[in-house]
Structure formats: C-alpha cells, structure tokens
Design a protein around this ligand. Structure first.
Ligand SMILES: Cc1cc2nc3c(=O)[nH]c(=O)nc-3n(C[C@H](O)[C@H](O)[C@H](O)COP(=O)(O)O)c2cc1C
Length: 870
C-alpha cells in the first residue's frame, strides 16, 4: 500500500466517520422531536448537536418574527452572554441571513472577510465569525427561521455538511409543524369546549352513526354526561317523539351527506322538554370520503316559549277584537284601512276585505271629510279623543257612532296612523232626532209648532230691529166651520181637513215664511221680510182664495173658510207673545165683523182690548166691593097701566167711572163666566126684595119679578137646585118668579133645555122667552117647551107706530100668544102712540120708559107707595 493510498484511505475513513456521526445525530434529533419535547429545549439541543457534529464554535437558530423583517436569536451555542433570546439581525437581502431566507438551499461562506456576495452581519462580525453555513427552516412552505453553524477561523463546509444541516432543518421543521398543529388543535378544543352551543361529533363510518364527542355545553343543555352518551345515536334525545316532521329533513340530509338545519322537540335527562335548533354538517377526509358528522345545538326553548306566548297572546287579542261589540278600525299614516274587525264591517254594510286598503274618507260624506281632516291633524299631534261622528254606510244610509280614536306611533316615535273604537249609536241618534222633531213640529200636519214659531218670531223681531225697513207679519188664522166638521163628520175627517189646509196654506207662502199649527184649528203664519202692509193682506186674500175650493175628504165634500187677524211686525215689538196677542186681537175683531175676512191690527184695537181687560179685573172686584146693585123696571097692564111686576136689571156703579152700561160689562161677564155668580146674586137680591115688597104692600102681594137667566147659568148642572134654594131662603112663592131666557140660550142647550125647563115648571116657576122675534124663526119649540110668557123684542115695538110690517108681526105674536095661552109682554114702550097701538092689538103687558125707567130698590119702594096713594 502506498502512502497516498494510505492517506486516501484515512481520508475516506474520516469522511465515513463524520458521515456516521452526522447520521447518528440526525437519528437522535428525530427521536427527540418525536418524544414531544418542548420546542425551545429541542432547539437548544439541536444547536448543541450541530455545533458538536460540525465542530464549530458558534451555532444558532434565528426565528423570523411576525412582519418578516427581523430575526431573533432563539437558541444558540458560543454566543456572548445574554445574546440568546435577545440578539436580533435584519433580513435585508444583501445580508448573509437575508440572502439565506430567499434561497431554498444551504448557503456556505468560506471566509466572510473576503466575501463579496453579502454584507457582513454585525452579529457575526462581533463574534469574529470567519466561515459559516446557513439553512432556512421551512414549515409548510413558509420560512420559520434560519439554523446556522459558524467558525471563527477559516473553514471549508463540505456537501455532506450542507446535507447534514439541511436534514437537521427539515427534522426541526417537522417538529415545529407538529407543535404548531398541536397548538391549533388545543385551541380548537378550547373553543369547542367554551362554546355555549352543544357540539356533537358522530362517527359516520360506524354503524348507526354513534356519538364520539360531546362538548360541555351539550352536557349542560341535555343534562347527560359525555360518558353516558358516547357510542349512542342522538335519537335518544327525542324521547317518544320520533315522528316529528323535521326529522324527515334531517334523515334526508344525512343520507345525502349535506348540511341542514332543523328545530326539534328534545328532552333533557330529567324529562323536561327543550327546543333544539340543530345544525348538522358532514365531515369528509382528504380523499373526499365521509368520515364524521358534526352537530351544533342551540337551546331555543326560551325563544320558542316566548314565540308561543306571543302567538297565544295574538290569538287572545284576535278573539277579543272579533268578539268585541265595538267596531275596531286601524289606519296607517296615509289614512288607509289596515285592519277592521267583522263588527266594523257589519256596521257599514261592507265585508272586511272590501274595506281593507280603502281610504277612511271613502266611508263618509263631504261634511264628515272636513271634520275628519281637522281631527286627523290633532291625532298627528298625539291627541287622543272621543266624539260623535256620522259615517256613510255602503247603501248610503248614515251610521252614527261614538268614535274613540288614539294616534299610533312607531318605535322611532313617528306618527304611524290611528286606532279607532267605534260604537254604533244610530238608534239613539234617530230617537234624539225624533224627539227634537216632536219638540218643534206638529205631529198631525208636520208643520212647525208653537215652540218653533216663537223661536222664529224672536229671530224676526231681532232682525227688524237691525233692519227696520224689513218688516214682518204674523197672520193668525182660525177656521170658521171647523167645529161643525168635527162634530158632524168625526175627528178623523177633521184631522184630514187640518192636514189638507196645512198643505194649501204652504202653497201660498214663500220658502222663508213659516206656517205653524198652534193647536186645534189655529194656524199662524210668519211672513218674513215684507215691505208694506199690502204684502201681508195680499197673502191673506190668497189664503181666502185657496180655501174657497171644496176639500174632498173620505168621500165628503167639505167647504171651509177662515178668519184672519194680521199683526205687522215693526221695531216696536220686543216679545213674540206681544205680536201673537195683537194678531189674536185682530182675529177677534175679524170674527166680530162676520166670517171669512181679515183685519190688520192697529193700536186702537190694542187699547180697546186693554180697556176690556181692565174692565174684567174691575168687574171681579166690583162683586167683592158691592159696587153692583139691582134696578127694577115695572111691567104694567096695558089696559090699566097698573104695575103687575118688575124686571130685575143689574147695574154697576163704578167709584170713578160712575154708571157703567150693562151692554158694556154683561158681555165681559158672559165671556169670563162671572155671569154665573152675578146672575145668582141678582136672583137672590131680587127675590128677597120682592118678598119684602109683598109683605110691605099687601095690595101688591101678587107682584111678579122677572129675572134674566144667561146661557152660562142655564147650562149649570145644579141650576134647579140653586133656584129652589134661593126661593126657600127668601121665602118667595115660586109662582112670583119669572125666569127670562133668550131663544138662543134654549137653542144652544136644546138637548137639556126641555128637561131643565120642565123641572123648573114643575117647581112652579114661570118661564118667559126674552127678545122674542129676533132669534130663531122656527116656532116649533114654543109648544115643545113649557113656556108662559113671550116678551116681544123692543126692535118691533119702537117702530109699530111707523112700520106696518112690524105692526103686523107684533099683532101676529099677540094672536099666537093668545092661541097658545101665553101672556105677551111688549118691551121698550116709549110713547103714548105705541101704548095706544098695543091696546088696540090687545097686548096684555108692557114695559118701557113710558111707564118708568129702571129704578133702584128705594125708588121702586117709593113708586109702589105712591101708586097705592100713601
Ligand atoms: C351530528 C348529528 C347530531 C345530531 N343531534 C341530534 C340531536 O341533538 N337531537 C336529535 O333529536 N337528533 C339528533 N340527530 C339525529 C339523530 O341522530 C337521527 O339521525 C335522527 O333521529 C334520524 O334518524 P332515525 O330515523 O334513525 O332516528 C343528530 C344526528 C347527527 C348526525
């Protein structure tokens, strides 16, 4: 063997040794890496191993910090004290370390001092590094850092060295990678364990997909421990509810290996229900084969219960809304209907569907729209209100309602519409309207009644005060023959007549005039805005005209006419009653003057009426104050002139006005009914007086007294009793009393007259027809009634000497009297000629100024005494 051979062999042997050491070192490193040693310990050991194997002074691992610009010396051998863990180097591509990071191969430097490829690194330079080898540690294609070995004298690194360091870097990279993924897994586990969702992993490769993992939240939610459930299929959570609809979806998803989400009814270990919102997803391996399923549970029991409670509440509200008797109506901010209940729709005659979406205004008339616009403005201001309102139904009829409306605001406090509660008050309103109508209108004719007339009259008075040139007039109208129609044809026909008259009256008037019925057959017309009296009288004439044509009522042809009193409304009136009073006075006058006319009131009438009223008051007092007295006018025998009796006549001596004529006050007494008490008083007074004279002058014991009986007295039910009472009281023989009754009194009471007269007659009182010849032309009653005396009216007597016809009448009456056995008295005899005629006609008795005027009791006593020659 040659020397060179020996040297070569030695070299080979050395190389083999080195290689063997390197391989051992790598095996050792691999074992350490697998032994799950802490990474920093592993890096320290790796650096120590590398420096030993490569036999260099310095070795280190520099980790690339996040950002990629700085390398930190994490582990090392041979560095100055304190450098490991803190020394840093830049990664500029011009530096050795920066260049290494950019290269995937080991970078060796034989002599840094002469190196031209890179700049010298301060870190290496400070440690007098001359040669070195660097390799990038790459994990999953990313640089983790650099591992390097450095010598302080010149050293050539071989390919074996490079290979060795590269292998070390690879082993280290694997170890780092493993450590990193272990770390990630731990994090994931932490996340899964910390999740509030229940998480289940099942093994899809085993039969029936058993659970292989559950997290603590699963245990929390279900109440089962992991150990109790691992190996089971999840369906145990369903209790006996394994036929839920959602399970079909789940089964299909599992079958089709896709993810899905369902909500399931599950039961906890303690048996209580919980709602499980379950998401499952398949897990595939790197070859795309299904290996697992992952399930994520969310316990939505609270949410579900809240939802159910909400639905229940909604259901409750719905049933309240639908059973409410009120209508409920919801509008949006544009006044469109967004909800109505059935009641509301029924009230208006629509279906709920017809109403939805329609504007509120579609359900009201124009007046309603104007009111509603104002109301809605107040809703926008947040005002809650209640008011009466008139809607319009589908068929056009009104719906009266009380509406309670509240504004609605959304969560941002913006106006969102109105909620209305509607109560139907149509019936009540109609009733109110009817009551109002009844209060102001006459039920029979439909004309305004007294109340409404007075109201309008009040307005007319106010109007004329503002505009004195615009007069008004009131026409008071009274039907002339209404009582006859009512009595003969019955009330029903009478009512028809009133209705027909109402219509004819209205036809005579303008729109603004009022015709009112005040009751009975009294109509009143208010003419507004007239210029002259003629305007009113023209209307009156028109009325007379339209009433002229006959009315055809239930087959009867009825004629009627009216008397009209007119009052012209000027500024002098303050009260409606004053106007009516004056029209009434004028009406009274019209009637006095005959029927079917009209008279316009003037102030003279008023004064007259007032005077009459005063007279009435004074007459009432006159009786109390004994201002009345009885006068006596002798009745004489025509043949002898001897006094046979007297007619008692009432006189009123007024303390201020002196004697007031009976013509003036007797009609008032008649009208007011005072005549009854006056008549009674006169009767008593006269009977008493006669009885006294009879006693005083026995020669005159057959004297008679004539007392007038008015129509009112005659109709007194206890008349006979009253008279007998007076006769008894005064002790006068009934035959001395002659009651004078007019024909008209008898005829007005024709039904009862016969009975009353018979009773009086039976009593012994004599009966005398007063004013005979002026009243009824029929003589038939003369024999029907038990009459004793006829008194021929003065109108015949005072002309018998000049008027032959009158003479003939008087003659006929005297003859009639004698034939019927009645005595006849001529009234009003004033002249000797008249007396002579009466004598010729053989009239038995006479009365008049020729013989004596009426005298007071005292003077009459004197007369009697004188006659007897006292
Ligand atoms: C990952 C995963 C998680 C599941 N979690 C639940 C669960 O929490 N509750 C449940 O009732 N079912 C769960 N199931 C569904 C049942 O295991 C089963 O697939 C379902 O009852 C239908 O199958 P079956 O008809 O054989 O019961 C889950 C299924 C998988 C794959």
């Amino acid at each position: 063997m040659q020397f060179s051979d020996i040297t070569k062999w030695q070299q080979v042997e050395t190389e083999l040794k080195i290689r063997e050491r390197q391989q051992r070192a790598i095996a050792e490193l691999g074992q350490r890496a697998l032994a799950n040693t802490d990474l920093s310990v592993l890096m320290d050991e790796t650096v120590r191993l590398v420096t030993q194997v490569l036999d260099v002074k310095l070795g280190g691992i520099l980790e690339l910090l996040p950002g990629g610009n700085i390398l930190l010396l994490q582990a090392g051998v041979g560095w100055h004290e304190g450098f490991v863990g803190s020394a840093m180097a830049g990664t500029e591509p011009t530096s050795l370390l920066g260049h290494t990071l950019l290269t995937s191969k080991p970078v060796t430097v034989d002599d840094l001092r002469v190196e031209t490829r890179f700049d010298g690194s301060p870190l290496l330079h400070n440690h007098r590094v001359v040669s070195g080898i660097n390799v990038t540690i790459a994990t999953q294609g990313k640089a983790f850092g650099i591992i390097g070995a450095y010598a302080t004298q010149e050293r050539i690194f071989t390919d074996d060295d490079s290979y060795f360091l590269q292998t070390v870097a690879n082993v280290l990279a694997l170890a780092i990678e493993r450590k990193q993924s272990e770390e990630r897994l731990r994090l994931m586990e932490r996340a899964i364990a910390a999740s509030s969702n229940g998480i289940v992993l099942t093994d899809a490769l085993q039969p029936d997909n058993p659970i292989i993992y559950v997290n603590p939240a699963f245990e929390e939610i279900t109440g089962y421990q992991a150990s109790e459930v691992i190996g089971q299929n999840c369906r145990f959570l369903q209790g006996d509810k394994q036929n839920q609809l959602a399970l079909d979806e789940l089964r299909n998803a599992i079958l089709e290996q896709r993810d899905c989400q369902v909500t399931l009814r599950n039961y906890r270990k303690d048996g209580t229900l919980f709602w499980n919102e379950l998401y499952i997803a398949p897990v595939f391996d790197s070859l795309g084969y299904l290996t697992h399923f992952i399930g994520v549970q969310t316990d939505i029991t609270q949410r579900q219960e809240a939802l159910l409670a909400l639905r229940q509440r909604e259901e409750q509200y719905r049933s309240i809304v639908e059973t409410a008797t009120e209508g409920i109506w919801l509008l949006n901010k544009d006044n469109e209907t967004t909800f109505v209940n059935q009641q509301m729709a029924n009230m208006l005659g629509y279906t709920t569907e017809e109403m939805l979406g329609k504007m509120l205004f579609s359900f009201m008339d124009e007046e309603g729209i104007a009111i509603t616009n104002a109301n809605l403005e107040r809703r926008r201001q947040g005002i809650h209100e209640m008011h009466d309102f008139k809607f319009q139904c589908k068929n056009g009829s009104p719906l009266w309602a009380i509406v309670s409306c509240a504004p609605v605001f959304d969560e941002q406090k913006n106006y969102a519409g109105v909620l209305g509660m509607v109560t139907n008050i149509t019936e009540r309103k109609q009733m109110e309207e009817k009551l109002v109508y009844q209060a102001f209108y006459d039920a029979l004719t439909g004309l305004p009644n007294r109340v409404l007339l007075m109201e309008r009259l009040g307005q007319a008075i106010a109007q004329v005060k503002r505009h004195p040139e615009n007069l008004f007039a009131v026409l008071f109208l009274d039907l002339d023959r209404f009582k006859v129609v009512n009595d003969s044809l019955g009330h029903a026909v009478g009512d028809q007549l009133l209705v027909a008259i109402a219509q004819r009256l209205q036809s005579c008037l303008r729109q603004n005039d009022t015709v009112a019925r005040l009751g009975g057959d009294e109509f009143t017309i208010l003419l507004s805005h007239i210029q002259t009296i003629d305007d009113a009288t023209l209307v009156a004439e028109r009325i007379h005209q339209v009433l002229k044509s006959p009315f055809n009522l239930s087959g009867y042809e009825v004629f009627t006419s009216a008397s009209i009193g007119i009052a012209i409304g000027t500024t002098q009136y303050d009260q409606p009653t004053d106007v009516l009073r004056d029209a009434d006075t004028a009406l009274y006058r019209t009637k006095e003057q005959g029927k079917s006319g009209h008279i316009v009131f003037d102030t003279a009438m008023y004064e007259q009426a007032l005077a009459l009223l005063q007279l009435e008051t004074q007459l009432r007092r006159a009786i109390e104050r004994q201002e009345l007295s009885v006068y006596y006018q002798p009745i004489v025998s025509v043949s002898t002139g001897a006094i046979t009796g007297f007619e008692a006549l009432v006189r009123w001596h007024h303390p201020q006005q002196g004697m007031i004529s009976p013509d003036k006050f007797i009609p008032i007494a008649e009208e007011t009914g005072l005549i009854v008490s006056i008549g009674q008083w006169v009767l008593r007074e006269a009977c008493q007086q006669l009885r006294q004279w009879q006693k005083q002058f026995p020669a005159f014991k057959s004297l008679n007294i004539n007392v007038n009986l008015s129509a009112k007295q005659f109709s007194q039910p206890n008349l006979v009793k009253q008279i007998s009472q007076i006769l008894k009281e005064t002790n006068l023989a009934p035959s001395s009393l002659k009651l004078e009754i007019t024909e008209s009194t008898i005829m007005a009471n024709s039904e009862t007259a016969a009975t009353v007269l018979k009773q009086l007659k039976a009593f012994g009182v004599q009966l005398c027809i007063d004013d005979f010849g002026t009243g009824y032309s029929s003589l038939a009653y003369l024999h029907r009634f038990p009459i004793d005396v006829l008194k021929i009216d003065r109108s015949f007597i005072n002309q018998i000497d000049s008027d032959r016809e009158r003479l003939a009448i008087v003659s006929a009456i005297v003859t009639l009297g004698s034939h019927l056995g009645l005595s006849v008295v001529a009234e009003g005899v004033e002249t000797m000629e008249q007396w002579a005629q009466l004598k010729l006609l053989q009239c038995a008795f006479a009365q008049g100024y020729l013989f004596s005027k009426p005298l007071n009791a005292e003077d009459t006593g004197v007369l009697l005494a004188t006659t007897l020659g006292f």
